[in-house]
Design a protein around this ligand. Sequence first.
Ligand code: ADP
Ligand code: ASP
Ligand code: MG
Length: 421
Amino acid sequence: MSLIVHKYGGTSMGSTERIRMVAKRVAKWARAGHQMVVVPSAMSGETNRLLGLAKELAPAKESTAYLRELDMLASTGEQASSALLAVALQAEGLEAVSYAGWQVAIKTNSAFTKARIESIDDKRIKADLDAGKVVIVTGFQGVDPDGHITTLGRGGSDTSAVAVAAALQAAECLIYTDVDGVYTTDPRVEPNARRMARVSFEEMLEMASLGSKVLQIRSVEFAGKYKVPLRVLSSFTPWDINIDEEAKSGTLITFEEEGAGAMEAAVVSGIAFNRDEAKISILGVPDKPGIAYQILGAVADANIEVDIIIQNISKDGKTDFSFTVHRNDYARTTDLLKSKVLASLGVSDFVGDTKICKVSIVGIGMRSHVGVASKMFRSLSEEGINIQMISTSEIKTSVVIDEKYMELAVRSLHKAFDLEA
Ligand code: ADP
Ligand code: ASP
Ligand code: MG
């Protein structure tokens, strides 16, 4: 008998019929003798619907008062799906109880809409498990030190599940979703993408941080920090498939040392992409000490995250300075440049582009192989795709390109690196 955490995403919880299937699957695991904790997402579309209602009433704002209400609102999606799952489990003849984040409690900081989990009290959950109940804990939400409800950022139920699994020292955390595992790239963009039976923690972390939304990045960070055995698998298999087979299906995130796993042979193991960024270029900036700080210091002070940064070599004492930010922060960033930064640089304007995307190749094998990036650049050039920015680390190379070439770039790289099924 083991303590197991299941997480079900929005599509998996998308209707009462789907919730009934989830209940049957969880009941199967409970009847096999496992102690079960389930972390559901809101029903698919519900979080967007709720946030859309707020937008109808008032334009998005950065004020704490406004963001607090967004969290009050969005957290109700998970509260509803959790209670519905408890009802469905009771209908299956199991004892089940659902808790909102604050009832557990899942304690977070006060960064509304992107709060971080700080601690989880396991007492209440453990007592219920020991009493033979299935415990359902809302995904995506927690409570801050002042008792305000917080949410963990979009896709945050993954993080709730892994954090709960870490707190309870669960034997495994199973992330049930609408694909049957982690693929070499998003199978919706490249139908020839291949499911990986195993993927290393480091590669999963890069894939998630570079845009693969199959797992929220913080969930992967948590899994690494607390060594939570983590598996991604499908909730769309028949609920009554053999439990041993199910337990081995999908993709296992492994923590083995480099070279020990099945990934050894692959130089590049996956391709990620991200359409959420925007680029800003300030042209003709004086090339003297302190300029990068003058620009990016102001951006950082406004709590805006910067991703890729490029400064060109100087010509006649002037240089061009480009960086990317999240598209949601684009307007704030450009306002800030206009009001605070440009004049002090002695520059009159900048060029902005919100129609970009970032495409990245990821693989532990890149550490020990030369020529991987150049193969990437050759493949893109053969498709006539212009590279606007490049960023590299030990195990990834990212390029920024025009967003209209995203699918073409992903598919040609997938082919160039022999990732096909
Ligand atoms: P859930 O609602 O279950 O959390 P998400 O929509 O957040 O599901 O994540 C699953 C989706 O992630 C898939 O439907 C798929 O389109 C997308 N995805 C992106 N990259 C990958 C990848 N490398 N492997 C598998 N799925 C991916
Ligand atoms: N319901 C939240 C969202 O849509 C959290 C999640 O599904 O993981 O982002
Ligand atoms: Mg998700």
